[in-house]
Ligand binder design. Structure first.
Ligand code: UDP
Length: 238
């Protein structure tokens, strides 16, 4: 929560999958739909977004086909910036004020990542989109979502998933008895080996008591509801 404005403040993680809708590049229709929901919810809630880049490149995959891992990861990070710009465009079309902050300097297209400035934008009701991940190879945007949430004092990380609507007691694709959990502790998720986000993001949230709300982004109004605090998926906390 924002101490100055009293508004709820959240960090929304959107994976690259959400932007590409199953293919390479961005799908304007899909982004436009998500943007409208975010813009609506952002009238009452302070929203920061971390965007993934899996619809363009994943460093680990490129390195498996022979590229240097560090360079491949930078390509991955640059992909997230394209998603950030696409989201910014559709958010502005939906009437929202936005800023993109990039962890890799590219002053023509985005502000540099300056946490305190990001907080000022949020206080003024602007949506802040964080691009280029952490600017560091070997990291994932899930981890960046956890880190940014902590640094800007968000109440929770909202992890928007494609193709699944929360955390299950087992892998729902393999185990027919798998049930959707409304709440799970970090410790239980760890013990049961439930895949929520990657391990670095997971331990960052667990160690610092940052709750996550994992929800499915398909379905009208889901993104808006999650931003506004409705528990439509699974809450993971200590
Ligand atoms: N990446 C990175 N450092 C970061 C964030 C991302 O190296 O801090 C690279 C990494 O190669 C990753 C790619 O950017 O595979 C795209 O990000 P991610 O896979 O997290 O996107 P998502 O799966 O959410 O679409």
């Amino acid at each position: 929560t924002d101490e100055k404005t009293g508004r709820r403040r959240v960090l929304l993680k959107l994976s690259g999958e959400a932007f590409g809708a199953g293919s390479l590049g961005v799908n304007p229709e899909v982004i436009s739909t998500i943007a409208k929901e975010i813009a609506l919810a952002a009238k009452e809630v302070e929203v920061a977004v971390v965007v993934g880049g899996g619809n363009f490149f994943r460093g680990a995959e490129l390195s498996q086909s022979g590229m240097d891992r560090g360079r491949a990861d930078y390509m991955g990070m640059l992909g997230t910036v394209m998603n950030a710009l696409a989201l910014q465009d559709f958010l502005e079309q939906a009437g929202a004020a936005t800023r993109v902050q990039s962890a890799i300097a590219m002053t023509q297209v985005a502000e540099p990542y300056i946490p305190r400035r990001a907080e000022r934008h949020l206080e003024k009701g602007r949506i802040v989109i964080f691009g280029a991940g952490a600017g560091l190879p070997y990291f994932s945007t899930d981890t960046v979502a956890a880190q940014r949430a902590l640094e800007i004092g968000a109440t929770e990380v909202l992890v928007a998933k494609n193709g699944v609507d929360g955390v299950y007691s087992a892998d729902p694709k393999k185990d027919p008895t798998a049930e959707k959990l409304h709440h799970v502790t970090y410790q239980d998720a760890l013990l049961k080996g439930l895949k929520v986000v990657d391990a670095t993001a997971f331990s960052l949230c667990m160690d610092n008591g940052m709750p996550m709300h994992v929800f499915g982004m398909e379905g009208e109004g889901n993104v808006r509801a999650a931003i506004q605090g409705e528990r439509i998926g699974t809450v993971v906390s200590n």
